[in-house]
Design a protein around this ligand. Structure first.
Ligand code: C2E
Ligand code: MG
Ligand code: MG
Ligand code: MG
Length: 283
C-alpha cells in the first residue's frame, strides 16, 4: 500500500515497505537502480549578502525522486551510498550536473555566479582530481566558479592523505568550504593544513543565536578567527529576520537559509533568482 501512496518522501520507511526498504541491502539495490534510471535531481539554495540580499552563489543539494516513495532526502541515502561506494557514481553525476547548469547560467551574466557542491570524504581518491578536471573541461565551467563543500569530521581520519588530495584539487583552481563548521573535531591547527577558503557556520549555532549568548559568542569567535585567517564565512540555516539582523551586527557577510529561500529545483531557481535568458540550449 505504501507503494501506491507516492508524494511524501517520509513514507519511504513506513507501512509494508518498511521491512523491504529498511534493509541496507535493499536500499543499496534501490540506489543502483536509481543511478541507472537517473532518478537524482539537484536543488539549489541561494547564498546571499546579509546587507543587500544580493545573490552571491548557490549550494547544490541532491534529491532522489523515488517512483514510489517520492522525494527522498540525502540524509536518508548518502550514508548508504558512502558505505557501499555508490557515492562515487552519484557524486560524479552531481558534479557533472552542477557544472553544466552553472556553465549555462553564467553565459549571460555580468557578475559570475559560483556553485558549491557537497563532496563526501569517501569520494576522495587518487583518481578523483583528474575526474573533476575532466568534468570541468567537459562542462566548460571555470574552476574558479566551482566550490567543494567538505565536512571536517572524516577529514581528520587520514589527514596526510586527505591534504594531498585536496591540494591536487585546489591546484586545478577549485576552492573548498568547510561545511557544518563547529560541529566536528574542529582542530584549528588542521584548518591551516587544508586548502580551505571558506567556513560554513553550522545551523546549530544560528538556531538560537538571538536568545543564547553562548551561541552568539561562538559565532563571534568563529568570525574573528575567520577574519584573521582571511577565510570567508557563510552562516547556514538562517530562518528569521532576527537571526539575519544579529548576523549583520556581527558582520557576517553572507548567509543561506529558509528566510531567503529553501533549496529549489532548477526551473524555480532560474525563474526566481536569475535574469531572463535567451531560450537556447535549455535541457
Ligand atoms: P549540508 O551541506 O550542511 O546542507 C544544508 C542542509 O540544511 C540542507 O539539507 C538544506 O536543505 C538544509 N537547510 C538549508 N537552509 C535551512 C534552514 O533555514 N533551516 C533548516 N532547518 N534547514 C536548512 P539537505 O538538502 O537535506 O541536505 C542534507 C545534507 O546532505 C547536506 O548537508 C549534505 O551534507 C548532504 N548532501 C546533500 N547533497 C549532497 C551531494 O550531492 N553529495 C553529498 N556527498 N552530500 C550531499
Ligand atoms: Mg553543504
Ligand atoms: Mg552544512
Ligand atoms: Mg550537514
Amino acid at each position: 500500500q505504501a507503494k501506491s501512496q507516492g508524494g511524501n518522501g517520509y513514507q519511504f520507511y513506513t507501512d509494508d515497505m518498511n521491512q523491504r526498504v529498511n534493509s541496507r541491502l535493499t536500499l543499496e539495490n534501490e540506489l543502483r537502480r536509481a543511478i541507472q534510471a537517473q532518478e537524482f535531481e539537484l536543488y539549489y539554495q541561494p547564498q546571499v549578502c546579509t546587507k543587500t540580499n544580493e545573490l552571491l552563489g548557490a549550494e547544490a543539494l541532491i534529491r532522489w525522486q523515488h517512483p514510489d516513495a517520492g522525494i527522498i532526502s540525502p540524509a536518508d541515502f548518502i550514508p548508504v551510498a558512502e558505505d557501499t561506494g555508490l557515492i562515487n557514481d552519484i557524486g560524479d553525476w552531481a558534479l557533472r550536473e552542477a557544472c553544466s547548469t552553472f556553465y549555462r547560467w553564467n553565459m549571460y551574466r555580468h557578475r559570475p555566479l559560483p556553485v558549491a557542491v557537497n563532496v563526501s570524504v569517501r569520494q576522495l581518491s587518487d583518481g578523483f582530481p583528474s575526474r573533476i578536471k575532466d568534468i570541468l573541461d567537459h562542462s566548460g565551467l571555470s574552476p574558479s566558479l566551482l566550490e567543494l563543500e567538505i565536512t571536517e569530521s572524516l577529514l581528520m581520519d587520514n589527514v596526510q592523505q586527505n591534504v594531498e588530495w585536496l591540494d591536487a584539487i585546489h591546484a586545478l583552481g577549485i576552492n573548498f568550504a568547510m561545511d557544518d563548521f563547529g560541529t566536528g573535531y574542529s582542530s584549528l591547527s588542521y584548518l591551516k593544513q587544508f586548502p580551505i577558503s571558506k567556513l560554513k557556520i553550522d545551523r546549530a549555532f544560528i538556531m538560537d543565536i538571538t536568545s543564547d549568548v553562548d551561541d552568539e559568542a561562538i559565532v563571534r569567535a568563529i568570525l574573528a578567527m575567520a577574519h584573521s585567517l582571511r577565510l570567508k564565512v557563510v552562516a547556514e540555516g538562517v530562518e528569521t529576520e532576527q537571526q539575519l539582523e544579529m548576523l549583520k551586527r556581527l558582520q557576517c557577510n553572507s548567509y543561506q537559509g529558509y528566510y531567503f529561500s529553501k533549496p529549489v529545483d532548477k526551473m524555480t531557481f532560474e525563474k526566481n533568482f536569475l535574469e531572463p535568458m535567451p531560450m537556447i540550449g535549455h535541457s
